[in-house]
Design a protein around this ligand. Structure first.
Ligand code: BGC
Length: 375
């Protein structure tokens, strides 16, 4: 296409200034998930993240904010200290401030219906980010990783490392689950427990604390409120001191994410466990820096890595599509029933990271800096 024709085409989209900027920077591709792409029209986005206390949400929020701002959007990014009231009032302010697209990672997936009803009165489009928003018609799309698969990867890792499919055992297992108010936690647990429960039933996995849900539906009985490291630590302290007497050792801990793993590792260390022989397998999720270090130091066995940059890219593409009045691409229209509707979803693929993958998967891709994890 000649430059003149290209300029005419751009002018026709109504996004003259932004697109000229894209041309000047050598980007003439038009649509797509690149952060340099401009977003047409009046783009006003409110991003609501749960907390700054976990590394992943800081990265998620800041990256998406930058991408959207670079594309010419007005963006308001808020963190809610893991407090639902705070999240609700922040979203109210965003709606009052004219946000036309809301990107919300809910603290409690059950309580946002009234505020989203207000947003809908202003024709806002709502994207549930990473966590499903439940009990409302007023959520339009859901972008996340395949949450069931996250748990399944943890369960399969344990199955393989212990040789459970070959009949090995018995091993002492202590399972944990995530925050009872987070819909993801149920999926993580089900994914793992569907692999592990048959081995609990066969006696190859023994749970000395007795904290072994009889089915997926009972997962919340071992949930750690707010995904708090200190609560996980206290729970593990309790289990170790009450149920591991004599020379009985824990062989494996199912931890649904990295923040719980941090507390569990601290508890194990204070009970005298040291990496090497007799140190249990511990799973995780997120590839937080402290946990990547723990993996390199032999204190944690694996983490399920969700490259949150790809989630940001996906949501960026959704915002582009919504603003351009195009159909929003999704790849799952069955799994995420929020009680009022099945929310059209885009699921991304999580993957396992163990010690040997840290350099190739996390450092080489730029997800973490070598110096941040002591490499
Ligand atoms: C996210 C995890 C995270 C956890 C705690 C979940 O909803 O999917 O990545 O570890 O919340 O913040």
């Amino acid at each position: 296409m000649s430059m003149t024709k290209k300029l005419l085409a751009i002018a026709a989209t109504g996004a003259v200034l932004m697109s000229l900027a894209a041309c000047a920077s050598g980007d003439s591709s038009g649509a797509g998930a690149e952060s340099t792409d401009a977003i047409a029209g009046d783009c006003n986005v409110g991003i609501s993240m749960p907390t700054r206390s976990l590394e992943r949400w800081i990265n998620d929020g800041e990256q998406l904010q930058k991408q959207l701002k670079d594309a010419g959007c007005t963006v308001d990014l808020q963190y809610a200290d893991n407090k639902t009231d705070q999240q609700i009032s922040q979203i109210q302010n965003q709606v009052a401030g004219g946000a036309k697209i809301l990107v919300v990672a809910a603290i409690d997936g059950e309580v946002l219906a009234p505020v989203l009803a207000e947003a809908k009165k202003q024709d806002a489009t709502v994207i549930a980010y990473d966590r499903l928003i439940k009990g409302t018609e007023d959520v339009d799309y859901y972008a996340t990783f395949d949450n069931y698969k996250v748990g399944q990867l943890q369960g399969q890792y344990i199955e393989e490392q212990l040789g459970l499919a070959d009949g090995k055992g018995p091993f002492n297992l202590e399972p944990f689950a995530g925050s009872p108010d987070d819909n993801n936690a149920k999926f993580f647990f089900s994914g793992a427990w569907d692999v592990l429960l048959p081995y609990v039933e066969s006696g190859q996995l023994v749970v000395p604390s007795g904290k072994a849900p009889a089915s997926d539906d009972d997962w919340a009985s071992i949930g750690i409120q707010g995904w708090a490291s200190d609560k996980a630590q206290a729970e593990m302290d309790n289990r170790l001191s009450s149920f591991y007497t004599g020379d009985q050792k824990v062989n494996v801990v199912l931890s649904p994410n990295d923040s719980l793993a941090i507390g569990i590792i601290a508890s194990l260390k204070s009970a005298g466990y040291t990496p090497g022989a007799d140190y249990p397998l511990i799973t995780g999720q997120d590839a937080d820096k402290a946990n990547v270090k723990a993996i390199l130091d032999g204190e944690q066995s694996m983490t399920v890595w969700k490259d949150t940059r790809t989630l940001g890219d996906r949501v960026f593409t959704m915002v582009q599509e919504i603003n351009a009045g195009e159909e929003v691409e999704v790849n799952d229209t069955k799994t995420y029933d929020n009680g009022k509707k099945v929310v059209p979803s885009y699921l991304l693929d999580p993957e396992v990271v163990v010690k040997d993958d840290v350099q190739t998967k996390l450092v080489d891709s730029g997800f973490v800096k070598a110096s941040d994890v002591g490499l």
